[in-house]
Structure formats: structure tokens, C-alpha cells
Ligand binder design. Structure first.
Ligand SMILES: [Zn+2]
Length: 105
């Protein structure tokens, strides 16, 4: 299994968790996860998010904590910043946000 393929499985797992723990639909869970990892640095966010009513800052503290806990559970072996970057690659392909400095090679 390639790295990207297993990241994709992990992201699916995270979405299912958010959906079940948060009592929201899968698509709402995906949106919540994207808001959490996006940080507003991708092209999609800069150009399209307004039109779609996507506001990454409207997550509650509880939602953030829920998402962060689930990411840490599912992607135990990576730093949270790196995990967020990899999740964003899956959710927003073609619109990469800068990779976190710490893990840059
Ligand atoms: Zn994005």
C-alpha cells in the first residue's frame, strides 16, 4: 500500500469517527475536518471558500478538540502538524498548503 493510499484510509477513518462522535453526516464531518486542517493557506480557500460558505474559523472549541483527538488516535505515529498537512493533501488535492517547517527536508 502506498503512503498516499494509507493516508486516504486514515482520512476516511477520521471522517467516520467525526461523523459518529459528533452526530453529523459524513459530508459535514469531511467539511469539519477540512476546516480544522486548512489554516486558510490553500488556493481553494483563498479563491472559492467564500462562495461555498466555508468559514474555517467557525469551528467551536469542542469541535476542534474532538477532531484533534481523533487525528491523534488514528495517526499516532505522526506529529500533529505533519498529520494535518497530509490530511489536507487528501481533502484538497491540487491546492497544497505549505508543508510545516519543522518537517521540511
Ligand atoms: Zn484547504
Amino acid at each position: 500500500m502506498s503512503g498516499l493510499e494509507s493516508d486516504r484510509n486514515k482520512v476516511n477513518k477520521i471522517i467516520v469517527h467525526i461523523s459518529e462522535d459528533g452526530g453529523v453526516s459524513r459530508s459535514e464531518a469531511r467539511r469539519t475536518l477540512h476546516k480544522y486542517v486548512c489554516e486558510g493557506k490553500c488556493d481553494w480557500y483563498k479563491t472559492k471558500s467564500k462562495k461555498e460558505g466555508f468559514d474555517r474559523t467557525d469551528l467551536t472549541k469542542r469541535q476542534r478538540r474532538l477532531v484533534e483527538d481523533i487525528i491523534k488516535q488514528v495517526m499516532k505515529d505522526s506529529e500533529i502538524d505533519d498529520a494535518k498537512w497530509r490530511i489536507h493533501n487528501i481533502l484538497c488535492p491540487g491546492h497544497p498548503r505549505p508543508r510545516p517547517k519543522r518537517t521540511q527536508i
